[in-house]
Design a protein around this ligand. Structure first.
Ligand SMILES: *Cc1c(COP(=O)(O)O)cnc(C)c1O
Length: 311
């Protein structure tokens, strides 16, 4: 039994109307730890457990850390998560709920990650949030489920942080005879490391992350993501935090699901009828989910962006 569930694939009348094409949703927000990440991380944790791991270590205070904590609890393997001091109370609560040991260290993820890596002993497995072929392999199960349905989309829309989801979805398309289906890769302004790398033709590291979509906040995407751009058709789109937040609000009203701005970024492509969609009749959106934002937080961000603008 895998640690993830097979998620529903539904047609969305609300998003289809907004987008001007037929929109299908793969509801990864329904995974127990709140996002698609349990697919890849669950598969990786099971593999590391088979190889004899006695503890899982992560340095993510976000959905990756939550997925590791959930997987560890399910497999009865202890989990240690090292997070920086900037980690929200909400994220800490969620990790605690999964019985993870939490170590708070450093001002930034960089320092927390360095401590996590220095702690790794022989019987420990370190779970990277996006740069691990085991993870991509697990994420690809999402497309295996699509392939067993009758839907053949003309394009797949997904969000990009470090590129793990992108690598997994493309691996899934390739292994299911859907190699011709293009991917629309969405990022927010201030977290657009993939877009920058595509334009430069090489991996570019952002100096800092300024988007509120923290789950997309990888300063640098994995190598494999850039490699795929040479082997698979990928369109890169960058949206503002504002439209990502507004998509979260609209999606909550339309589908009664609360998702993070990281996921709202993809949904905004439908809600704002991005011109790129015009060429496609049937589009699959990966509703990647995310557990770390509350509705109060989303509204507070919207209010503060609103203020900036009226200044
Ligand atoms: C991790 C995450 C992403 C980005 O995934 P990558 O594999 O890092 O590209 C997008 N949305 C949510 C909700 C996430 O948790």
């Amino acid at each position: 039994m895998p640690l993830h569930i097979e998620t529903p694939l539904i047609a969305s009348q609300a998003l289809s109307t907004a987008a001007g094409c037929s929109v299908w949703l793969k509801l990864e927000a329904l995974q127990a730890p709140g996002s698609f990440k349990i697919r890849g991380i669950g598969a990786a944790c099971e593999e590391y457990s088979r190889r004899g791991a006695r503890r899982f270590v992560s340095s993510s205070g976000g959905n990756a850390g939550l997925a590791v904590a959930y997987a560890g609890r399910q497999l009865s393997i202890p989990v240690t998560v090292v997070v920086p001091e900037t980690t929200s109370a909400r994220a800490m609560d969620l990790l605690q709920r999964e019985d993870a040991e939490i170590i708070v260290h450093g001002d930034s993820w960089h320092e927390a990650n360095a401590l996590a890596l220095s702690m790794i002993e022989k019987a420990d497995a370190f779970l990277h949030p996006f740069d691990d072929p085991l993870l991509w392999h697990g994420h690809a199960s999402l497309i295996d489920e699509l392939a067993s349905s009758t839907l053949v989309p003309d394009a797949v829309v997904l969000s990009v942080g470090g590129g793990g989801l992108l690598c997994g979805v493309i691996e899934g398309l390739q292994r299911n005879g859907l190699a011709q289906v293009p991917v629309i890769a969405v990022e927010t302004e201030g977290a657009a490391s993939f877009n920058r790398s595509l334009r430069a033709g090489e991996l570019v590291e952002l100096e800092k992350i300024t988007s509120i979509a923290t789950s997309l906040g990888a300063k640098r995407v994995c190598d494999r993501a850039l490699q795929w751009s040479r082997e698979h058709s990928i369109h890169s789109l960058v949206v503002s935090d504002r439209v990502a937040l507004s998509a979260c609000e609209r999606f909550l009203a339309d589908h009664r699901l609360l998702v993070e701005p990281a996921c709202g970024a993809s949904l905004a492509v439908a809600y704002d009828a991005a011109p790129l969609l015009q060429g496609f009749a049937k589009v699959l959106f990966i509703v990647c989910g995310g557990a770390t934002a509350t509705i109060d937080q989303i509204r507070a961000w919207s209010a503060s962006l609103g203020q900036e603008n009226s200044d």
